[in-house]
Design a binder for this molecule. Sequence first.
Ligand SMILES: Nc1nc2c(ncn2[C@@H]2O[C@H](COP(=O)(O)OP(=O)(O)O)[C@@H](O)[C@H]2O)c(=O)[nH]1
Ligand SMILES: [Mg+2]
Length: 380
Amino acid sequence: MTAMIRTFRAPDARSALAAVKAALGGEAVILGTKEVRSGFFGRAEVEVTAALSHETVTPAPAAAAAVAVKQVTVQPPPALTDEVISLRSTLEQMRHELRTVADNARAGQQLQLPPAAASLFGHLVDRGIEHGLAEELVRLALDGAPTPHPMHLWARVRERVAERLVPSRAPWLPDRRRVIALVGPTGIGKTTTLAKIAARALMESASKVALITVDTYRVGASDQLARYGEIMRVPTFVATTAVELNRAVERCASAELVLIDTAGRSLNEAVAQQAAMVRSIPGVQLYLVLSAATGARELAASAERYRALNPQRLIFTKLDEAAAPGGVLSASIRIGKPVPCLADGQRVPEDLHPTTETGLIDWVLGQWNAVEPALRAVGR
Ligand SMILES: Nc1nc2c(ncn2[C@@H]2O[C@H](COP(=O)(O)OP(=O)(O)O)[C@@H](O)[C@H]2O)c(=O)[nH]1
Ligand SMILES: [Mg+2]
């Protein structure tokens, strides 16, 4: 038995229904009605979708002629379509997640790790930690204890991670005079982070702050910093050469915290040029800013590119957009420098947070409560 589904259009509902009846008879089931318009300016019409389970219909020519009758492909009503689409996407997502979990576990088995270690490996990879690094962490944790308790395994992995993800004092806390330059790729939040640091220094330490930008590369970039400077009522300078930059820093002699904004560069040569300019300031500290929202591979590539600058600190932004935070671990190992703060949103200065050891590690590895059931299940 085949269902016949047809749509009918008429200037109003009454004539559309009349057309349905004339074409399909009184047995027809109305599946949906909606107002349609052809083009942006077309006249509104009523479209009725009706079905009949028997192909026993002979349209009455007169009635059919009164309205446009058109056969269309079988289409469920709109509400149902939405539901189907949403269900389909949920299924796709579940299938993807299952595949990832299975792949990771299989990868762990292929490494011939004991079950709990294989499962821990799968978890680390799920968190976005590179395979090689995840394996190294698990093998180090296994060292000397081939079948350790899952909790000990976990504790050892945390210890290793804690050696590489080290918090440090927030740059806005009171200190001797500092000149800090934020460097890093374009669009990862350097200028925003700089404004956040400046605002917190003003609010929490009542420090005297000055801003300098050498980001004259992008249109409007220096205006962006100047606007922040205006809002916070702090002096803001623009420098395009090393000489101008040094002069600007000298003019900020009374400031306790001088923050220098730079432009992201994609070429190693340009990065080196800019670094040379910033490095010409005596005692300057370079803070590398990287976005946690970029994938592990891109993060690692950025870390590689900026490692030559030998930055003193590492700041991660866009935690709020990071699907898998594990990538920051690889970046942080490559840079090998402490992390004073993390940014998790666009708000200045609310979305900047000093780091604590626990917070930093929990964010990357997840919490034991969440990991425990899986590890315990296989660990026995
Ligand atoms: N979601 C999110 N957006 C951020 C964060 N930090 C900065 N942004 C946004 O990222 C965009 C680029 O920021 P900007 O500071 O101009 O980046 P820059 O090119 O590195 O100086 C802006 O829209 C910021 O509001 C963050 O932690 N989370
Ligand atoms: Mg900028």
